[in-house]
Write a protein that binds this ligand. Structure first.
Ligand code: GTP
Ligand code: MG
Length: 237
């Protein structure tokens, strides 16, 4: 049930936003063109969120296990899209935006255990209207900061009248522990104006490794005491 529709970024509001006031014509055109297709990203986000909820529900019914703890989703703001394109020194045109910015529609999926992440991805890969475009496994190979997550971009097939469009949705998969680390590390970095000492950075990296070991150990206890959702004890109804 839709309780509340979020405010849409309509073209009529275009001239009222501060962002656009000082923009050159090229960038204004880019944003206008983007706003014309923004709804595609919202549809793709909704489709992907439904798929994830359905998978969680399926696992609950068949394996008595909910792999997903919770999810958050967002559509990137036009400000943030421009900031990213400028930071990466992209040409400021619509074609470049469509080709290079994959994270306009984004979902963060927080899982209980590390294995849940890989098993959900396996299940998503079996769906014929999804294809993987980019996969970055920062769980196996964390970033130098200690950041862990698995980022994956799926192209989602959407049906519009007689046309099928593929729209990218970025999913960041994390365990509860990885999410705790990423939220606090982000805040600490922001609060320090990106000026953490080498010792503090090193400590944060070590805490990430400690949390990863805790994740593995908690998962071991879980596996020892259950028949995980990839086998056995299936209750087909
Ligand atoms: P963006 O332009 O920032 O989206 O970068 P990207 O598209 O190259 O993706 P990348 O794989 O670097 O991941 C970007 C996102 O991952 C960020 O928006 C953060 O949410 C998260 N992230 C990446 N590195 C870190 C980190 O060191 N700490 C924290 N807290 N989050 C991070
Ligand atoms: Mg991103």
């Amino acid at each position: 049930m839709i309780l509340q529709k979020t405010e849409k970024f309509t073209l009529s509001r275009l001239n009222n936003i501060d962002l656009l006031k000082d923009l050159d014509e090229e960038t204004k055109k880019l944003i206008t063109q983007y706003l014309n297709v923004e709804s595609e990203y919202r549809y793709a986000l909704r489709e992907m969120s439904a798929k994830l909820e359905n998978l969680d529900d399926y696992c609950q019914r068949h394996f008595d296990h909910n792999p997903i703890h919770h999810m958050e989703s967002r559509i990137k703001t036009p400000e943030s899209i421009l900031e990213k394109m400028q930071r990466r020194e992209y040409d400021m045109d619509f074609k470049t935006l469509r080709k290079n910015v994959y994270d306009i529609a984004g979902i963060r999926v927080i899982c209980n255990y590390i294995n849940d992440i890989y098993q959900i991805i396996n299940l998503l890969c079996q769906q014929r209207d999804l294809s993987i475009q980019v996969k970055k496994d920062y769980i196996v190979a964390p970033k130098p900061t200690g950041y862990r997550s698995l980022h994956i971009v799926f192209d989602v097939e959407l049906y519009f009248n007689n046309e099928i469009k593929k729209v990218p949705v970025e999913i960041q998969f994390r365990t509860i522990a990885m999410d705790m680390w990423a939220s606090l590390e982000h805040e600490l970095r922001y609060k320090s104006n990106n000026n953490l000492s080498e010792e503090e950075k090193n400590n944060l990296k070590n805490y990430s490794d400690t949390l990863y070991n805790i994740d593995l150990n908690m998962q071991r206890i879980y596996i020892n005491n259950t028949v995980g959702f990839d086998g056995g004890n299936r209750d087909d109804d």
